[in-house]
Design a protein around this ligand. Structure first.
Ligand SMILES: *Cc1c(COP(=O)(O)O)cnc(C)c1O
Length: 231
């Protein structure tokens, strides 16, 4: 059952501590703490675990599965109508319509077929969630994302040809590598393409990501505790 690890469902987990650490990391890096958005990753956690985090003022959340998000967020968004929901997991072409309707940001634009489907549905519905392009900075075979060498062409396709509202880039570094070089590479690709937003850094490495210029950090475990299901 989702959220079973969260024993105290009236508690916002470690939200305050993460906020404080994030602000400290920003100040140490000489950055305005307001320039980094905390995306609270609520995947696998129940609405009962999410509500206290909303009540504590958190408004930006990340989910990795369209179907799971559809089960939780329409009601939560009615109760907290200024929520911004980010899709941070792979998006199948046949779920694009649902994703465009529910998410405010799609962080995982990772292939031409998906980019074309997004452009078509956005055109058809007039709903245009912000987009980020996922870069496979570690060039891992099993991981989604555009290879660094193909990034510039793909960004041009999405932004210039398909007119997607591309705001920035996201990456998930290989688990067994020092993340800094991946964060630096993501930033370099964003800068040379004039993209302002960088979604990088998770529970284990978000202070490092902030040093390397993250504008969005995606933090799950450090806020909500460990997940019953890994994904
Ligand atoms: C689950 C997930 C996170 C959060 O990971 P934690 O280690 O729990 O902070 C961040 N980004 C993506 C893409 C995820 O799937």
């Amino acid at each position: 059952m989702a959220g079973e690890n969260n024993n105290e469902t009236d508690s916002p987990g470690n939200l305050e501590q993460v906020r404080a650490e994030l602000a400290a990391a920003a100040r140490e890096a000489g950055r305005d703490p307001g320039s980094v958005t905390l995306v609270a990753v609520s995947k696998t956690h129940s609405s009962a675990a999410i509500v206290p985090v909303l009540a504590a003022g958190q408004r930006v959340f990340g989910e990795n599965r369209v179907q799971e998000a559809e089960e939780k967020w329409p009601q939560l968004k009615r109760d907290y109508n200024d929520v911004r929901l980010h899709l941070i997991g792979p998006l199948q072409s046949n779920k694009v319509r649902q994703a465009v309707a529910l998410f405010d940001v799609i962080e995982t634009v990772d292939r031409p077929k998906l980019a074309r489907a997004l452009a078509r549905i956005m055109e058809e519905t007039g709903t245009r969630p912000d987009c980020m392009i996922q870069i496979n900075t570690g060039e891992e075979a099993q991981k989604a994302g555009i290879k660094p060498l193909e990034a510039d062409d793909f960004i041009a396709l999405c932004r210039d040809q398909l007119k997607l509202p591309v705001r920035g880039l996201m990456c998930i570094p290989p688990v067994d590598e020092e993340p800094s070089m991946h964060f630096a590479l993501l930033r370099q690709i964003a800068e040379r393409n004039g993209l302002a937003e960088l979604s990088m850094g998770m529970s284990a490495d978000y202070p490092t990501a902030v040093r390397f210029g993250a504008t969005h950090v995606r933090v799950g475990t450090a806020i909500f505790g460990s997940r019953a299901v890994t994904s």
